[in-house]
Design a protein around this ligand. Structure first.
Ligand code: 5GP
Length: 205
């Protein structure tokens, strides 16, 4: 019997290493897909359209929003972000487990939607002091931007208790292992093998 994939929500304050964890997990475990969101923000250097995001104009975004093309959408740091209904449905139908990298507002919308039964994961830094050290270490942000990100991080971490799983990204390898364990446990929970394929038990003797 074909399996339908599991939807995962992944949220984290910026700078927590969520993207790195997910990339490693996707390399290690088959059957995972990333949902590419639509956004009105400008591409950062090196970001290709259709890979991290579909970069669209405000008009195109509004049109998609008004035609119910998004499962959820939100304004984050002054830009709009939305999750495509059709793309996610197709990936799930293909039997892939789909990861949504979305903020806490979008996570709340999907968690309260009766059409979805997502597994939600929050990635947090070991401390705000460590997050500040990592943000400064990247050397890409001004003092003002770092202060704003830390302020936002503190707010986002207030929502962590609403998620089913919490991963503290202290050591990357440990965080990857925890996320993989969640996925494998979830697959076993829904009669699937660790690689995501369906288990069919022989009951005839
Ligand atoms: P960035 O622009 O730094 O890639 O992402 C900024 C924030 O927007 C992150 O917290 C990210 O998780 C969130 N985000 C990305 N795509 C979506 C989306 O489709 N919906 C919502 N609600 N948030 C998103």
């Amino acid at each position: 019997m074909p399996v339908t994939g599991q939807l995962y929500i992944l949220s984290a304050p910026s700078g927590c290493g969520k993207t790195t964890i997910l990339r490693q997990v996707m390399n290690n475990i088959p059957g995972l897909a990333f949902s590419v969101s639509h956004t009105t923000r400008q591409p950062r250097s090196g970001e290709k359209n259709g890979v991290a995001y579909h970069f669209v104009t405000k008009e195109a975004f509004t049109e998609m929003r008004d035609t119910n093309s998004f499962i959820e959408w939100a304004e984050v740091h002054g830009n709009y972000y939305g999750t495509s209904r059709q793309a996610v449905a197709d990936q799930l139908q293909n039997g892939q487990d789909v990861f949504l990298d979305i903020d806490v507002q979008g996570a709340a919308i999907i968690s309260n939607d009766p059409d979805f039964d997502p597994v939600s994961i929050f990635v947090a830094p070991p401390s705000l002091t460590e997050l500040e050290r990592r943000l400064r270490g990247r050397g890409t942000d001004s003092d003002e931007t770092i202060a704003l990100r830390l302020q936002n991080a503190a707010k986002e971490m207030d929502a962590a208790s609403q998620y089913q799983y919490l991963i503290i990204n202290d050591k990357l390898a440990d965080a990857v292992l925890v996320m993989q364990s969640i996925i494998i446990a979830q697959r076993s929970h829904s009669s699937r093998l660790p690689d995501g394929t369906a288990i069919s038990l022989e009951t005839d003797t």
